[in-house]
Ligand binder design. Structure first.
Ligand SMILES: Cc1cc2nc3c(=O)[nH]c(=O)nc-3n(C[C@H](O)[C@H](O)[C@H](O)COP(=O)(O)OP(=O)(O)OC[C@H]3O[C@@H](n4cnc5c(N)ncnc54)[C@H](O)[C@@H]3O)c2cc1C
Length: 347
């Protein structure tokens, strides 16, 4: 019996494998690819993920320097440059690295701890029983089974593990309520704001800008099956937060799973993994949606701007109001006009 089977040798599966290896656990990692993925997705890691890699002694190799990670003085939020030097305690580190290189370095690191990485082996199914999980695998020499205490799905956004476990992957496609809008306004403005229809006889037409496929698994753990990285959450790549999020999932889960497997703590500790990491995924999704909405205003935004322009000034919304949009009467404002309105007043 093996301790853990990890489905997926992407960056997050390999990070978890290395973390387990570091703690004396020898997981088996499966991946249908013939070798480390060469697909160019991420161009870099931004945030605490950089420090994690530094703590594991990998930063120097990845960055090609003997210097420690440096704080990034600037970041972009949508098209807006953020001066991070104005923030009291900035913690935004940047590591420009192509994802295929990160995957190769993590694979080498995990192998240093005798992790068994099986390229060309795919998880095709599993059966869970009270003492563990029987994982069905197809490899170059045919089908075989692995008995494990835990199965971790690190197999990406289309996770087979998540689907086989029957874990839902809902997006935020519920209709938006007035209460939700008011709660959002309060969160952003720090004050109660009451919204009402512009005219008593006009029904409210609330729309949610849901952005590119943004989803979070309905649960991160079901019995002996646990999800990490993109298998647990997907969102737009705006701002490049994906690896930072997933690598921290892997590190959060790694030591807990190792402590449970060594018998040092109760298995109930694993519940703290989801409790701690789900809010991080929710926040990343909120940020990536906000950025998408700012750089790519859709027809709802254009129509809303058009309506407010033709209302008397007293009726125009206070938030985002001020300067009227510059456009010819009778025509919807152009994206350029909207961009002008979104610029900071002092620039
Ligand atoms: C265009 C684009 C740009 C991006 N840019 C950035 C960026 O700049 N910064 C950033 O931080 N993030 C970025 N991201 C996000 C980042 O690429 C992902 O968050 C990251 O790849 C997730 O890693 P993962 O290990 O969870 O999943 P994946 O990288 O998807 O790896 C999953 C692995 O599971 C394997 N697998 C699949 N099915 C099975 C199975 N049945 N059995 C076993 N293995 C299986 C796959 O072969 C794959 O190797 C970008 C994404 C895209 C699409």
């Amino acid at each position: 019996m093996v301790d853990v089977v990890i489905a997926g040798a992407g960056p997050n599966g390999l990070m978890l494998a290395g973390e387990l290896g570091l703690a004396g656990i020898r997981p088996v990692v499966l991946d249908p690819m013939p070798g480390p993925d060469v697909e160019r997705r991420a161009n870099g890691i931004i945030g605490q993920g950089v420090r994690i890699l530094d703590h594991r002694g990998l930063y120097g190799t990845l960055a090609g320097t003997t210097e420690p990670p440096r704080l990034n003085p600037r970041a972009m939020f949508a098209a807006f440059p953020l001066e991070l030097t104005l923030v009291p305690d900035p913690q935004v580190f940047l590591l420009p690295v192509q994802q295929p290189r990160l995957v190769r370095v993590l694979a080498d690191w995990a192998r240093d701890y005798d992790v068994d990485i099986r390229w060309g082996h795919v998880l095709t199914g599993f059966d869970e029983h009270p003492d563990g999980v029987t994982v069905h695998v197809t490899g170059p020499d045919g089908r075989y089974d692995l008995s494990a205490e835990y199965l971790v799905g690190a197999d990406g956004g289309a996770s087979v593990t998540r689907k086989l476990a029957g874990i839902d992957f809902p997006g935020n496609d519920q209709p938006m309520s007035l209460a939700e809008l008011e709660a959002s306004a309060k969160r952003v403005l720090g004050a109660d704001v009451q919204f009402r229809p512009a005219h008593p006889d006009t029904p409210l037409d609330l729309r949610r800008f849901s952005g590119i496929n943004s989803r979070i698994a309905s649960r991160y753990q079901l019995g002996r099956v646990i999800l990490v990285g993109d298998a647990a959450h997907v969102h737009s790549p705006m701002g490049g937060p994906g690896l930072n999020l997933g690598l921290q999932d892997a590190v959060n889960l790694g030591w807990k799973l190792a402590a449970v497997l060594h018998g040092r703590v109760e298995a109930s500790l694993l519940a703290t993994y989801e409790a701690e990491r789900r809010p991080a995924a929710e926040r990343v999704i909120m940020h990536s949606r906000a950025q998408l909405a700012l750089v790519r205003p859709g027809p709802e935004v254009l129509r809303a701007g058009h309506r407010s322009e033709h209302r008397p000034p007293a009726e125009r919304p206070a938030v985002g109001g001020g300067e009227p949009l510059r456009h010819r009467p009778g025509r919807p404002p152009t994206r350029r006009a909207l961009g002008a309105r979104l610029r900071c007043p002092d620039r």
